[in-house]
Design a protein around this ligand. Structure first.
Ligand SMILES: C[S@@+](CC[C@H](N)C(=O)[O-])C[C@H]1O[C@@H](n2cnc3c(N)ncnc32)[C@H](O)[C@@H]1O
Length: 466
């Protein structure tokens, strides 16, 4: 590994005698790792089906995999049963105390590693706004959220500034998994080394401070803000935290869990030497089974004592209205299809149409007009002339029992592989007809249309296994 000279000197100065251990860590790995998606399966059930070498100690749904299979090729991966994630990257979502029913914002969300974890913690209750400023990165974000079966998220492609204007004091929990110089990923993605420079570190530190200042405005009194990076740079870690606390007296640092090699933040790496940064957590790859990461949890004071701010907040809070739902008549073909979904009656109260496309909004969805929206809630399908085409996203958000006509095959059945490749599949039951939910071990993979013992494949062509 060719590390830049400036980087080497900086790390040597920061790590002292431990620098050699850090260099050594480039020679070992811990294999494939995954996080079980609790929207689909409980970790206890997963453990019984896969050969695992241990649990990620800071994330109760994270595991080290010991078996031979390529996890990205297994049908459960396509069913969204797990998400492949580096262990240290599991910490931010695990550390943010999200409860079902919360309003949650993931401000720098793409490609969705943390958003899918936050959605699982919400268990379908409340709302998750997953945002990323990059339109191209919002595409994999959307796919990952759909694959995970998330039904209560809105995906936006906005600047933090614009969101802060709209959502002042709105969120219970906010995650800022910030763009950073990525030093903690050099082992896994050596290509990242090329773009590293001291100037870049400083540029990122500035950007992080700006993003955090907007994020802070969106946290409600008593709410939480989690800041994380995948870099070791003190300018982007302790010093960004220090700067934030100096600028935002209504926030304080909360102590994060410490276990299995995780380290405290370092007061000596701040400018002022402030002790409370010990509450932050550092993940060093020669001390934990994971990559380099940093996390800090802030809590906003319940009531701010600055009267100006109280008035300003009261004024601006009224702006967050609820999205009005569509009033148009539901087409008969859609009614006919949706009747086979037990929740349909409740869903009707939250329908939203954009031309022929039908969406299910999260409960109490805020007004989204004027924002760049990638996805508003769960995309249900298309109301075409006299027919309804259900979406891939709908299939992924259902359970086997969530649709009357479902068919399930074991993971080893060759028909599962055929289905994922987009082929027509022979059925055992020639009586089945029409739209059918195709599942692997009871986990939906997508739709098909049955006719005389054959299933015409309706799997999203862009998701096919190659
Ligand atoms: C570390 S990555 C996020 C990874 C993501 N949280 C995950 O777990 O999959 C940082 C993201 O911040 C986005 N970003 C960069 N500048 C931003 C800004 N000003 N506002 C919002 N997002 C930004 C980048 O496009 C990038 O996707």
């Amino acid at each position: 590994m060719n590390l830049p000279k400036d980087y080497q000197s900086k790390m040597q100065e920061m790590l002292g005698e431990e620098y050699l251990q850090y260099l050594d860590s480039f020679h070992y790995s811990y294999g494939q790792t995954l996080r079980v998606n609790q929207l689909k399966m409980e970790p206890a059930d997963f453990i019984r089906r896969f050969l695992l070498s241990g649990q990620v100690s800071w994330c109760n749904t994270g595991f080290y995999y010991e078996g031979e299979q390529k996890l990205s090729a297994h049908p459960y991966y396509y069913a969204g049963v797990y998400y492949l994630q580096e262990p240290s990257a599991m910490a931010p979502a695990a550390f943010l105390p999200v409860e079902p029913g919360d309003r949650v914002l993931d401000l720098c969300a793409a490609p969705g590693g943390k958003s899918t974890a936050l959605a699982a913690k919400l268990q379908g209750e409340g709302i998750l706004i997953s945002n990323d400023i990059s339109a191209s990165r919002c595409k994999p974000l959307l796919k990952n959220m759909e694959m995970a079966g998330v039904s209560n998220a809105v995906i936006t492609c906005e600047s933090p500034e614009k969101l802060a204007d709209r959502f002042f004091g709105y969120f219970d929990k906010v995650l800022v998994d910030a763009p950073c110089s990525g030093e903690g990923m050099f082992r896994r993605e050596p290509s990242m080394v090329k773009s590293w420079s001291l100037e870049e570190v400083n540029r990122y530190a500035e950007l992080q401070r700006e993003i955090l200042s907007h994020a802070a405005q969106m946290v409600k009194p008593g709410g939480y803000l989690l800041y994380s990076t995948c870099t070791f740079a003190k300018e982007e870690d302790e010093q960004t935290v220090e700067y934030f606390l100096e600028q935002n007296a209504d926030f304080s640092l909360q102590e994060l869990p410490i276990c299995d090699g995780i380290e405290e933040g370092r007061p000596e790496w701040t400018v002022s030497g402030r002790e409370d940064v010990k509450n932050c957590r550092r993940f060093l790859p020669y001390k934990v089974r994971g990559e380099g990461h940093f996390a800090a949890l802030f809590k906003k004071r319940e009531e701010t004592d600055c009267l100006d701010k109280v008035f300003e907040k009261a004024d601006r809070k009224q702006i967050v209205k609820e999205q009005t739902i569509s009033k148009e008549k539901i087409p008969d073909a859609m009614e006919d299809f949706m009747r086979d979904i037990p929740e349909w009656k409740q869903w009707k109260k939250r329908l939203f149409f954009i031309k022929e496309r039908a969406f299910l909004l999260p409960e109490h969805c805020p007004d989204l007009r004027g924002l760049r929206i990638v996805r508003s809630g769960l995309y249900l399908g298309d109301c075409l002339k006299k027919r309804f085409e259900p979406s891939q996203a709908l299939a992924m958000a259902l359970h086997l029992s969530g649709y009357k006509k479902s068919i399930s095959f074991p993971a080893e059945d060759i028909r599962v592989e055929k289905y994922l490749r987009g082929e027509t599949v022979d059925m055992d039951d020639s009586e089945l007809s029409g739209w059918t939910l195709f599942c692997v071990d009871e986990f939906p993979l997508g739709w098909g249309k049955c006719n005389r013992g054959r299933l015409k494949n309706k799997y999203n062509p862009g998701w096919r296994k190659l």
